[in-house]
Structures are given as C-alpha cells and as structure tokens.
Design a protein around this ligand. Structure first.
Ligand SMILES: C[S@@+](CC[C@H](N)C(=O)[O-])C[C@H]1O[C@@H](n2cnc3c(N)ncnc32)[C@H](O)[C@@H]1O
Ligand SMILES: [Zn+2]
Length: 277
C-alpha cells in the first residue's frame, strides 16, 4: 500500500465496499466521490485553504490546457521513457496542481499501462480538479513537507515549480529512484519581465541539485509563445512576480500588440548519489 496515516504514520489499507482507508489505530479517511483522498491532517493546515487559490488554479489550467507548455510536457515524457526499463514504474508528481503534467505523461509516454501515476498537492481544489480529469491516477491532498507515502515506494518523482523537502524525497524514492525537476532557465518569460523590471538580468544556468543527488541527464527547452490578452493575464498569475505587476503595468501587458514571449525551462534528472554504482 502506498499510503501512511497522517496521524500515526502506520500503513493505511483500503476497505471494501466503502473504499475508505484505515490504519491499525482506526484512523479513517474516506475516498472522495471524485476518487481522491484527503490526507492533510487539520493540525498541519496553516490556513483554511492552503496552497494555490481556486483562481490561480483556474488560470493555470486554462493556460496549460491551451497547449502553451506542450513542449515541456513532451520533454518530460521523453526523458521518462529514455530512462525507463520494461518493468512497471511508479511516478509521483509533487505539487501536481490540477494535474496537467500527470495527464500528459499518461498521454505521451510509451506503454502508459505500465505506469502507476500519483499526484500530491496541498490545495484541495486543485486535487479535486486533477482527480476528475484522470481516473487512472491516484491523487491526494497533503503537504510535500510530510508526504504520507511509504518509504521507498516511488521509482521517479517529478517536481515542476513546487516546494519540497530533500530528505522526504530521498525517503520516498527507491534506492535507484530518479528525481526529475523542472526549473526556469535564464531567459524564461523575458518579455513579461521587461514590463515589470527596469533591468532584466539573465541569471546563470545553474541547477541546484537536491542534497544527496547527482545529475544524470539535463535538457534545456526553450520556445516562443504568443498568448492572447486573457491568456497573458493567466500566465502572469502563474508567475512569482505577479504581485509586482499591478495597475498600469498589468494593463500594458494586456494591451500590448502581438506580444511574443520567450520561455526557457531546464529539466534535470538526478539519482540518489549514495546508491550510484
Ligand atoms: C507553481 S504551482 C505548480 C503546479 C504544477 N506542478 C504545474 O506546474 O502545473 C505550485 C503548486 O504547489 C502547491 N503547493 C504549495 N505548497 C505546497 C506544499 N507544502 N505541499 C504540496 N503542494 C504545495 C500549490 O498548491 C500549487 O499547486
Ligand atoms: Zn493512524
């Protein structure tokens, strides 16, 4: 069983016909009708609605579903296939949001029937949306800081712009497990930043690896996109600098004629250094 109890850390087992999950201490968690499991203990909830808001989640979903980041999804699927053998593979998307990349992995990877797909996010609204759209994947509401999964359950962890804890990632991965991280490259969203900052600086292309991991593959994916006015606003909402672009700046971005924006992503695949032979 993949899950552990968020209250006492014992394994959770599923009981039929209710499909609810229980631990030996009789802590009980219902499976929502959309098929996801809420394992976020109330005492670990710092706010009423932790994680991205519903509005942010909708913006991201509309933008991603329009296909603007399709090349990134393709590169992710390709990298997974390249480093995969014929045996079934369990994959966890950490901070999966509304599950776009998980759906794309199922769609684009070879032999998806051999993939055991999981997603975790602290935002319940995002997990609900993800579960509704992908019956073949298992989604839970929980924090990446205390992911309630058994030790060494996963073959690969995907992390796309999401916070996480290195020691928990090492705990969740099998000994030869892989960590695939997607981070922004030096020229990511350059033309959007030009509206916001006086001087836009190209930061160095240095990928900081999680502690105890060593890089085994890396790919830079850069391409240009031309989002319409509303889609630009959605994209802006997805960025950490959205809060800087208020009022006049925001309307300049919205009104700009045919704005072409560079995107720049770095995919880094790493494996646990302590088991590299
Ligand atoms: C920038 S979004 C990226 C979402 C998705 N990976 C994507 O690229 O479409 C960051 C996500 O991390 C989630 N998040 C933030 N803090 C978290 C935590 N402590 N545990 C799990 N998820 C978290 C947010 O709710 C949000 O869905
Ligand atoms: Zn328990």
């Amino acid at each position: 069983m993949p899950y552990t109890c968020p209250l006492c850390q014992l394994p959770l087992t599923q009981h039929l016909p209710s499909k609810g999950y229980y631990c030996k201490n009789k802590h009980h968690f219902d499976l929502a009708k959309e098929g996801y499991l809420n394992l976020l203990a109330v005492q670990h909830k710092k706010t009423k609605e932790p994680g991205d808001s519903r509005a942010m989640m909708r913006s991201r979903r509309n933008f991603l579903e329009a296909g603007f980041y399709q090349h990134v999804a393709e590169a992710i699927a390709h990298m997974i296939d390249k480093h995969r053998d014929k045996t079934p593979m369990s994959i966890l998307d950490m901070g999966c949001g509304e599950g776009y990349y998980s759906r794309q992995i199922e769609k684009l990877c070879k032999n998806p029937e051999n993939l055991d797909l999981h997603g975790i996010d602290i935002a319940k609204n995002a997990i609900l949306a993800a579960a509704k759209k992908q019956a073949n994947a298992k989604f839970i509401v929980a924090s990446n800081k205390r992911p309630p999964y058994s030790d060494h359950y996963f073959d690969l962890i995907l992390r796309v712009y999401a916070p996480s804890d290195d020691s928990e990632i090492a705990r969740l991965l099998k000994h030869n497990g892989l960590l695939l991280t997607v981070t922004p490259g030096p020229r990511h969203l350059w033309q959007l930043k030009e509206f916001i900052y006086k001087h836009v600086n190209e930061h160095e292309l240095n990928v900081s690896l999680s502690k105890g991991f060593e890089q085994i593959d890396c790919q830079r994916v850069s391409f240009k996109i031309k989002p319409e006015q509303e889609q630009r606003m959605a994209l802006l909402q997805m960025t950490p600098f959205a809060w800087r672009a208020k009022g006049e700046i925001q309307s300049k971005i919205q009104r700009a004629h045919e704005l072409e924006i560079e995107t720049d992503f770095v995919l880094t695949l790493a494996k646990r250094a302590d088991f590299s032979v």
